[in-house]
Design a protein around this ligand. Structure first.
Ligand SMILES: N[C@@H](CCC(=O)N[C@@H](CS)C(=O)NCC(=O)O)C(=O)O
Length: 228
């Protein structure tokens, strides 16, 4: 029951609506940035009957899901670790041991935290909804993220533009946050940003892969008759 016999062209990634599904964006971006081929299965998770549609692919009732032959892997972190093990040549995690430990820590912190930002400012990658005021919780989450990005860039960024220099799983994990900051017009300078967080947002949001995802979101919204 090994996995090495499974060809990477057999990957199928089950995704939710591209405009809204921040968890779906993460493994999609990771696989695009690391040039890992996959087929997409797009599931409408916003409209009536969503739960039934998701459960056809996902035992947890949530997306994303990576299918590899008969194997079904749910949860973004599990998918990330699977891909990192399967493709050790691609440095999905930083090669340096200390950088890798910190990349895992900040990735885990995103996966299990920032509930105010996640709950109060859901991803809406095509949307522009600047807010006048933000809650104490969102403010605290934003300040912490600004600190994380500054620390990663200063200590591990080296010559590259990403958190750990070259693109890694940590960048995939924080990509939806850069989109939220743009959508809701969060003034990063008011949360301790010295310019690092603003520049990092620009780096992520100007990736060709993000443009590709956003245009997919636009097409889906049109197909589903949702105005943005
Ligand atoms: N811990 C999961 C979270 C996945 C998640 O919450 N996905 C949302 C879409 S962004 C979902 O499937 N929502 C549908 C529902 O809860 O019914 C992961 O890391 O993948």
């Amino acid at each position: 029951m090994g996995w090495s016999a499974v060809s990477e062209s057999a990957y199928e990634l089950v995704l939710g609506d591209k405009n809204y599904s921040s968890w779906s964006l993460r493994p999609w971006l990771l696989m695009r940035m690391f040039d890992i081929p996959f087929a997409e299965i797009n599931v409408d998770i916003c409209n009536r009957g969503a739960r039934k549609r998701i459960l056809e692919h996902s035992p947890s009732g949530k997306v994303p899901v990576l299918k590899v032959g008969d194997l079904t892997i749910w949860d973004t972190l599990a998918i990330t670790e699977y891909l990192a093990e399967k493709h050790p040549d691609r440095a999905i995690w930083p090669k340096d041991g200390e950088a890798r430990a910190i990349a895992r820590a900040v990735t885990a912190e995103m996966h299990s935290g920032f509930e105010h930002l996640r709950g109060e400012m859901p991803m809406d990658i095509l949307g522009s909804k600047p807010v006048d005021e933000i809650s104490v919780g969102v403010s605290r989450d934003t300040g912490r993220i600004v600190d994380i990005w500054r620390m990663c860039r200063a200590s591990y960024g080296g010559d590259g533009p990403f958190l750990f220099g070259a693109f890694s799983a940590a960048d995939a994990m924080y990509a939806p946050v850069t989109s939220r900051f743009r959508t809701y017009g969060i003034a990063l300078a008011e949360h301790g940003d010295d310019g690092t967080a603003k520049a990092y947002c620009e780096t992520i949001l100007s990736l060709d892969a993000i443009a590709e995802w956003s245009s997919g979101a636009d097409e889906q919204m049109a197909e589903r008759g949702i105005a943005n």
